[in-house]
Structure formats: structure tokens, C-alpha cells
Design a protein around this ligand. Structure first.
Ligand SMILES: [Zn+2]
Length: 178
């Protein structure tokens, strides 16, 4: 990636020999590797067996999970929060694992709709819950810095699986994350 970043910088009309830019291709390559590290991770690795038996069937909610991703259309960041809920049926997931699953899918080139559904489906698969809800609210730099240049628009996407497709369950979730 380092050589490719050097080419990009040159194509921008910059001088690669300029002191401030000498190490930039290397640094940019490292940064992009970090920002896309989710490609090198798998669900098994991230969950790492942190599934525990539980007799509770009450809704589990993890809200305000910080989220940093990059849109696949412009490779510019989108930044926001994810709220996740699920209805356990015998198994609960280690608390930090929900955030790690969000992170794994965020650190890839994404669109927000797909990100919501990948997180929800993974939690459903792993926990075999009766339902999973994922809401993501994010600001997209590609909308703020270019194009329509709308600074304050927040995009909200949701994915509701299983029992969360029912109005009452969905409403309970929405009121709990407020
Ligand atoms: Zn974009």
C-alpha cells in the first residue's frame, strides 16, 4: 500500500520529497491497515468462546457503542454509535464481545445499512437469541466534506430480527436506548 499511497500523493500534485511528506506513504499505509483490520478477523476469533449459559430471558442491551467505519463509496470515515439489543434463549454473550463484533465489521469498507445487518445477524447466529435489534446513528464525512456538504445530518439505520419485528418488543428496545 505504501507505493500506492506515494502514487496517490503525486497524482494530487504534491512533492513527495517535501520533508513533511517523506514518511507519509508509509504512515498512511499503516493507518489504512489499521482502519481495515476487520478483514483479518473472524467471528470465532472475536467471540473466543465467551458464551455463557443463562436462564434469563430478559432483554440485554448494550448502547452507545462508539463506531468508526469507512464508507465503501468514497473511503471516507463515518462515525457514530451503535445500540444493540437481544433476547437470550439460554445463552448470553460476554459484554465486551458485542462491542468487538461492532468493531470487527466497522473496520472494513462499509455501507451503514449492511453494517447494521451484519452485526445483527452475527449476534443472532452466535447467541441463538429469540431476536436481535441493531440501531446505528452516524455522521458521514463524505456528506459533510463534499457533495451536499450537510454538516448536521445524522443517518439512522436499523436491523430488527426475530421477536424485534414485533411492535411491542421493538418499542421496549427503543424506549430503553433513549
Ligand atoms: Zn460515502
Amino acid at each position: 500500500m505504501k507505493d500506492l499511497f506515494a502514487q496517490i500523493i503525486q497524482q494530487m500534485g504534491e512533492d513527495l520529497e517535501r520533508p513533511g511528506l517523506v514518511d507519509t506513504p508509509q504512515r498512511a499505509a499503516k493507518a489504512y491497515q489499521y482502519l481495515t483490520k476487520g478483514y483479518a478477523q473472524t467471528v470465532e476469533e472475536v467471540v473466543n468462546g465467551a458464551l455463557f449459559p443463562s436462564s434469563s430471558e430478559d432483554m440485554v442491551i448494550v448502547k452507545d457503542i462508539e463506531l468508526y467505519s469507512m464508507c465503501e463509496h468514497h473511503m471516507l470515515p463515518f462515525i457514530g454509535k451503535a445500540h444493540v439489543g437481544y433476547l437470550p434463549q439460554g445463552k448470553v454473550l460476554g459484554l465486551s464481545k458485542v462491542a468487538r463484533i461492532v468493531d470487527m465489521y466497522s473496520r472494513r469498507l462499509q455501507i451503514q445499512e449492511e453494517l447494521s445487518s451484519q452485526i445483527a445477524n452475527t449476534i443472532m447466529d452466535v447467541t441463538e437469541a429469540a431476536g436481535v435489534a441493531v440501531i446505528i446513528e452516524a455522521k458521514h464525512l463524505c456528506m459533510m466534506m463534499r457533495g451536499v456538504e450537510k454538516q448536521n445530518s445524522l443517518m439512522r439505520t436499523s436491523c430488527m430480527l426475530g421477536q424485534f419485528r414485533e411492535e411491542a418488543t421493538r418499542m421496549e428496545f427503543l424506549s430503553l436506548i433513549k
